[in-house]
Design a protein around this ligand. Structure first.
Ligand SMILES: [Zn+2]
Length: 425
């Protein structure tokens, strides 16, 4: 009976059954993300169980008994990461954000999140930090569990459950609806120190790995972006999160929203389009990581701002995002890779890498952001984000050399996650 149960368990959880046979990846070159150096021609990577066993010149690796996967012309790199995703959203030109939150069933949204997780993994993104379900409660926690248990394929998830917003600050905005109607919200509302502390504890209890807070939003009387929480509220939120071992991600587009979030001690700032030089310098000084989400701006400009790539000039919002990115880079801020995917199609995450290069990074800088830097931001720099012996075998192969042409990150030919081959040539 026990043997039968074991066999059943293996059938029911295929991705937990780690390959017994080692795998030797034989590409044209290997880029390890250990530094900003070029890839190594003629290197190979040996995978045993769920880890990397060896990385180096092909002749130096003992690959006895290994399955050899030839990857001619390809570059092997660490699995890519996107630390600003929304698996529970789909592009706003398909369905507006308001309509997704108001009209779509949480079950439909959760099923779609599963499909989108698979598309993400197959595109070479083996890790996501998913920054809020936007109206589906804490459904990201069981989604993560389902992936970890091998029930469905998907990236490693670090989840935020419900984002925390100031009362009346977020959406769907009640002013746009019948004031008698009860409008479901895309995040958890809180006001005052006791409520923000309670909100953090509730999200932690619901399974959040990170606490996400909106330090500003479109709350001005004219719809302009203004700070939402006071510095005192933000400090209480950050202290509560940190004391529970959880880092804090702050949505902030205005300079004052960013400044308050940084002073309160958050770990990452999302968007930052309106950041001043002084604020970016403060971020650099305090080691706050910046996630520029350039693709979100390009996407909303395309959907709603009349922008046509290659035909019209960039919109004011795009110019602002570009300005902030360049200023952050110049100010020495650590810049990670976070795209806000969900605003645009899941699986197209690599668009962000191309935009980061277009805005002034070298391809290697952008690749480091999406590997070693993102891993370090997650506190997983010792196990993820680089190709080193003993690291988890999250590995991608792309056609061409992405350190020369970043667009190569869109030509994924092989994906390995935790030693499991998810996609092969
Ligand atoms: Zn977002």
């Amino acid at each position: 009976m026990r043997r039968l149960l074991t066999a059943l368990a293996l059938i029911l959880t295929p991705s937990l059954a780690v390959a017994a046979q080692p795998i030797l990846l034989k590409p044209a070159r290997v880029w390890t993300a250990e530094d900003a150096g070029p890839p190594h021609a003629g290197w190979a990577v040996l995978v045993k169980d769920d880890k990397i066993a060896a990385v180096g010149p092909l002749a130096s690796i003992d690959a006895t008994g290994a399955e050899v996967i030839d990857l001619p012309g390809a570059t092997v790199i660490p699995g890519l990461m996107d630390l600003h995703s929304h698996l529970f959203l789909h592009p706003y030109n398909e369905t507006s954000w308001d309509d997704q939150v108001l009209k779509e069933s949480p079950i439909t949204r959760t099923l779609r999140a599963g499909v989108q997780a698979k598309a993400t993994l197959e595109a070479g993104f083996t890790t996501l930090r998913d920054l809020g379900t936007e109206g589906v409660g804490a459904a990201d926690a069981p989604l993560k569990k389902a992936i970890n248990e091998g029930l469905i394929p998907g990236p490693r998830l670090f989840v935020a459950t419900k984002a925390i917003v100031a009362t009346g600050a977020y959406g769907p905005a009640r002013r746009n609806f019948n004031p008698e109607a009860e409008i479901p919200q895309g995040a958890q509302e809180a006001s005052g120190v006791p409520e923000v502390i309670k909100a953090v504890r509730e999200q932690a209890g619901a399974g959040a790995d990170w606490i996400k807070v909106y330090a500003d939003y479109r709350v001005g009387p004219d719809g302009s972006t203004q700070p939402t929480f006071s510095l005192e509220e933000l400090k209480a939120l950050v202290d509560t999160a940190h004391s529970s071992g959880r880092p804090v991600s702050a949505h902030a587009s205005s300079d004052e929203g960013m400044r308050r979030a940084v002073l309160a001690g958050v770990d990452t700032i999302e968007h930052g389009y309106g950041g001043s030089e002084a604020t970016f310098k403060l971020m650099a000084e305090k080691g706050v990581v910046f996630f520029p989400t350039l693709t979100a701006v390009e996407s909303t400009s395309t959907y709603f701002g009349g922008y046509v790539a290659g035909q019209t000039p960039p919109t004011a919002a795009m110019r602002n995002a570009d300005r902030a990115f360049k200023l952050a880079l110049k100010s020495g801020v650590t810049i990670g890779m976070g795209s806000d995917v969900g605003v645009f199609r899941h699986g197209d995450n690599a668009r962000e890498l191309a935009l980061m290069v277009k805005a002034g990074m070298t391809p290697v800088q952008a690749l480091l952001a999406a590997t070693a830097i993102d891993a370090k931001t997650l506190g997983r720099g010792e196990t993820l984000g680089q190709l080193k012996p003993g690291y988890l075998a999250d590995i991608v192969a792309v056609t061409g050399d992405p350190t020369q042409a970043i667009e190569a990150t869109r030509s994924v030919v092989l994906v390995v996650k935790g030693g499991q081959v998810v996609r092969r040539p």
